[in-house]
Design a protein around this ligand. Structure first.
Ligand code: OAD
Length: 236
């Protein structure tokens, strides 16, 4: 086996499921009861800004009720201990990875705890509601929207992510259905770069056959076990 030095981990909603954050596509998931087109597109925001702000205001407020779980904590442990390059790319807009202690982390779909000013482009940290149209701390315009990447918009940090994928020896996908691109295509980019690939998910994702290895079960069990094995291998 090639020696592993550089690791890229991709996480999705499944990594936060055991913290009580709903996933998107489960029967009782976040998109159940909401049409994606009503709350997660720029057109929806233009059509009914109050509805969209309420949807994300509620999700932002809900973050106060949840805590990182064993999977978030294990990934933070790996980040702190791993001597090679390490990058955690999350599709999640919650803040559970950073609250667990992850440092080498990119939010490719934005963050609930950040606002985006459609006037001046500032992206201030934001903990309160946006529905009442508070002024942007930079330009004072009442033009703040959630700093969330909606369908039809370009995910963040793509150049940095693609560079890390091209240089990684191991790509691990955790808790994501593989339904949304470009994240669903990362496994293919990593494979072409010669990396080993591992899926850790509750059940087989849409792209499961593209992974060298797939383990299915709850992230709170699978992720700590994988991290412990990897860290033991560098001490051996
Ligand atoms: P999904 O809801 O599509 O998929 C969640 C995945 O996590 C599923 O494959 C579940 O089987 C798995 N899962 C559920 N509970 C789990 C657990 N305890 N342990 C491990 N896996 C578990 O969510 P994402 O793949 O993250 O984008 O969705 C991708 C993107 O689609 C989101 O970032 C969001 C959404 O539309 C935007 O809003 C831009």
């Amino acid at each position: 086996m090639t020696e592993i030095r550089n690791i890229v981990v991709l996480t999705g909603a499944g990594v936060s499921a055991e913290s009580g954050v709903p996933t998107f596509r489960a029967a009782d998931g976040l998109w159940e009861g909401h049409r994606v087109e009503d709350v997660a597109t720029p057109q929806a925001f233009r059509r009914d800004p109050a509805l969209v702000q309420q949807f994300y205001d509620a999700r932002r407020a809900f973050l106060a009720k949840v805590e990182p779980n064993a999977a978030h904590l294990a990934l933070a442990r790996l980040d702190a201990a791993w001597p090679g390059e390490f990058l955690l790319v999350t599709q999640n807009v919650d803040d559970l990875h950073e609250r667990a202690g992850s440092q080498r982390l990119l939010h490719m779909h934005g963050e609930l705890k950040r606002a985006l000013c459609t006037g001046c482009g500032a992206a201030p940290a934001w903990l309160d509601a946006l529905e009442d149209g508070p002024p942007c701390p930079n330009c004072q315009a009442a033009a703040l929207r959630p700093d969330i990447v909606w369908f039809g918009e370009m995910p963040y940090h793509m150049a940095e992510i693609e560079e890390a994928l091209a240089a990684c020896d191991l790509f691990v996908s955790i808790g994501t259905s593989g339904a949304v691109y470009p994240a669903a295509g990362f496994v293919d980019v990593a494979r072409r770069a010669g990396a080993a690939t591992l899926e850790l998910n509750l059940d087989p994702s849409a792209g499961t056959s593209m992974f060298d290895t797939a383990r299915h079960g709850p992230a709170g069990i699978l992720v700590p076990a994988w991290v412990d094995g990897l860290l033991a291998s560098i001490k051996a």
